[in-house]
Design a protein around this ligand. Structure first.
Ligand SMILES: NC(=O)C1=CN([C@@H]2O[C@H](COP(=O)(O)OP(=O)(O)OC[C@H]3O[C@@H](n4cnc5c(N)ncnc54)[C@H](OP(=O)(O)O)[C@@H]3O)[C@@H](O)[C@H]2O)C=CC1
Ligand SMILES: CC(C)(CO)C(=O)C(=O)O
Length: 330
């Protein structure tokens, strides 16, 4: 296994997570480039990619462009945009992808490739909620994808200036679950980048488990403006969350991502966050489109595909999308 296999890396979406991963990759010796636009592009060209960890700030010079043609074929492309931006990315990403390019999807929610080569009887099913026309799957074939679950909390001090707050783990894995040479090389690279990296036994399981925790609190925070402590602290809301989670747990069991825990076990993890503003609440406050389809609409769709009734999920989705539409964020 040679290290130079992954030497040219590009971040598509140099926000909080993309910036954090990108700075690590540059530190590990990758030739780093970034597709960015507007204020982020300007900041990257002027100051490099800046990352704050505690009191320490690093600045990494990067090649940044709004046009992927300027950057050319990459060994690794990390997609770290919010889900509603993915279709635009798919339409632009072509010049970065060559025959052997790995595409790492560092995003929350159910990805478009979730059932590609996985899911038993449902394997290969396209999920309309996250790839309505199939354009994303066509532009980024599943054969290039290595999936990823992010366990870290990062925010932006300013465009191109990341604040890495806590958590330092990426779970990565081939959609097929195979431990290939490329996923081992990628994990080794990320480890050298200073990120605790775990190769998943089946990345869809980790994706579903994370979703199980955030598909409820995120839209409820959108509806109520409440932080996680208040959401989990209200017994009636907590019971409602448990009902949604039981639906999702049943769907998971049918597609091959079973969860052994009870909702109460997962609540205990969320409650440890304290008075935390979910990412969706942060998006609302910043006026950014919300990741409702990748977190909730897709669960309703998976319920329909697998024959699981989802009345609680539907109620949550209906209310949340009404609110998000009213705000112009969906
Ligand atoms: N932040 C966190 O702690 C965590 C985030 N996640 C997930 O990671 C993913 C990324 O989140 P996060 O980093 O917080 O998001 P950010 O909003 O901080 O970053 C997204 C970046 O993508 C850029 N972008 C969007 N569309 C394009 C485009 N067409 N061309 C170029 N750049 C584009 C945005 O630029 P612009 O500003 O110009 O729109 C922005 O810089 C999400 O799925 C999120 O849920 C998961 C765990 C933790
Ligand atoms: C709420 C939290 C931290 C975990 O459930 C989350 O995943 C999010 O903010 O998107």
């Amino acid at each position: 296994m040679t290290e130079k296999v992954i030497s040219k890396a590009c971040i598509y979406g140099a926000g909080a997570i993309g910036g954090w991963i990108g700075a690590g990759l540059a530190g590990a010796g990758c030739r780093l480039s970034v597709v960015a636009r507007g204020a982020t592009l300007q900041a990257l060209q002027q100051h490099g990619l800046r990352v704050q960890r505690g009191d320490a700030v690093t600045a990494t010079p990067v090649q940044a462009s709004s046009d992927p043609f300027d950057l050319g074929v990459q060994d690794l492309v990390v997609i770290a945009v919010k889900a509603p931006a993915l279709l635009d990315v798919a339409r632009q990403i072509g010049p970065l992808i060559g025959r052997d390019t790995i595409v790492l999807t560092a995003m929350n929610g159910v990805p478009w490739w979730f059932l590609q080569g996985f899911g038993g009887a449902y394997a290969g099913t396209r999920l309309q909620a996250v790839d309505a026309t199939g354009e994303i799957a066509q532009a980024i074939p599943a054969s290039h994808v290595v999936g990823c679950v992010v366990h870290a909390s990062c925010s932006l001090n300013a465009p191109g200036f990341v604040n890495h707050r806590f958590g330092n783990t990426l779970i990565v894995g081939e959609p097929s679950g195979a431990v290939t040479a490329r996923v081992q090389q990628l994990a080794a690279l990320l480890q050298r980048a200073g990120i605790d990296t775990v190769i998943a036994e089946q990345i869809q399981k980790d994706t579903w488990y994370k979703l199980w925790g955030n598909m409820t609190v995120n839209p409820i925070s959108l509806l109520t403006g409440a932080t996680t402590d208040l959401i989990m602290g209200d017994e009636l809301v907590r019971n409602f969350i448990s009902s949604v989670m039981l639906e999702a747990r049943e769907i998971g069991a049918r597609i091959g991502v079973p969860i052994a825990e009870r909702p109460e076990d997962r609540h205990a993890v969320t409650m440890k966050l304290g008075a935390f503003k979910t990412s969706m609440l942060q998006d609302v406050e910043a006026g950014r489109a919300v990741e409702l389809d990748a977190l909730v609409t897709v669960v309703r769709e998976l319920g329909q595909i697998t024959g699981v009734a989802t009345p609680y999920t539907d109620a949550l989705l209906g209310l949340a999308r009404l609110r998000a539409r009213g705000l112009g964020l969906y």
